[in-house]
Design a protein around this ligand. Structure first.
Ligand code: CDP
Ligand code: CDP
Length: 225
């Protein structure tokens, strides 16, 4: 049921394996917020485009393919999942090595980012319609481009060695340093610490400690409204 209080929006940005998804999931459960992982949006389109043999180097073909691949939203618990042509793509496909290797290339295409910008901003209406108290959106450009007016902007970081270790513990093959380099140096919506963001170094913090810090900020922000 929609509430009459404005939606509390939290933007969490950071490099690969900085802890965005696990932190956001825990916070959304605690505050009854909707969780939107925008990395999964880029991964879903990458998987769908690779499945039809379209690579990131052929922008005209990417643009034509996007017009045939309508996106939608399926909400399950606190998670909003993107659907592509009516299908939720399973995590195993989103995290496949071929997707890890190609996603930053697709994410550098301005037309693809423009298609996702409207979709991502529209997630605020999804959260309101479903009666959530707020929205946590995580990615690379949320506090800088998608929701620069978010009530709380957080930039998570950690030493590259710590992040590589985290991914290895998950059993994933992923060149996170190369993805970070491409994401930080692209022209459109590069990975940056947004203006006014609270920066948290999680190298030596547990997940619970990071969640505790951000939960305190959300609590203060919601009380101050
Ligand atoms: O989970 P991990 O941090 O490794 O990556 P992700 O959040 O799933 O994002 C996958 C890729 O999508 C990133 O490496 C970026 O190329 C792209 N991405 C982006 O460009 N902008 C966003 N807001 C989110 C992700
Ligand atoms: O979404 P992102 O790629 O930024 O990171 P994640 O998937 O949330 O976290 C990557 C891994 O690091 C997960 O296995 C987390 O449990 C772990 N992690 C950690 O060890 N310490 C933290 N402070 C945050 C996450």
């Amino acid at each position: 049921m929609p509430s009459n209080r404005p939606l509390f929006i939290v933007a969490i940005d950071g490099g690969a394996a900085s802890g965005k998804s696990s932190t956001s999931r825990a916070l959304c459960r605690r505050f009854n917020f909707l969780h939107v992982d925008t990395g999964s949006h880029y991964r879903a389109l990458t998987a769908a485009l690779l499945a039809e043999n379209t690579g990131p180097e052929d922008t005209a073909r990417v643009v034509a393919a996007l017009a045939r691949l309508p996106v939608g939203t399926a909400v399950s618990g606190n998670e909003a999942r993107i659907t592509v042509a009516g299908r939720v793509i399973p995590d195993a496909e989103l995290r496949a090595p071929a997707v890890n290797a190609a996603v930053s290339g697709f994410a550098a295409i301005p037309e693809l980012r423009a298609a996702l910008l409207a979709y991502q901003r529209g997630q605020a209406a999804v959260a309101e319609e479903r009666g959530f108290h707020g929205l946590i959106m995580e990615g690379r450009d949320i506090g800088s481009v998608i929701f620069p007016g978010a009530q709380l902007r957080v930039f998570l970081h950690a030493d590259p060695e710590a992040r590589a270790r985290r991914r290895a513990l998950e059993g994933q093959s992923d060149s996170i340093a190369e993805r970070d380099r491409r994401d930080s140096t692209r022209t459109t919506a590069p990975l940056v610490c947004p203006d006014g963001a609270v920066s948290i170094d999680s190298t030596r913090l547990t997940l619970d400690e990071v969640v505790g810090k951000i939960a305190a900020l959300i609590g203060e922000g919601m009380t101050a409204r």
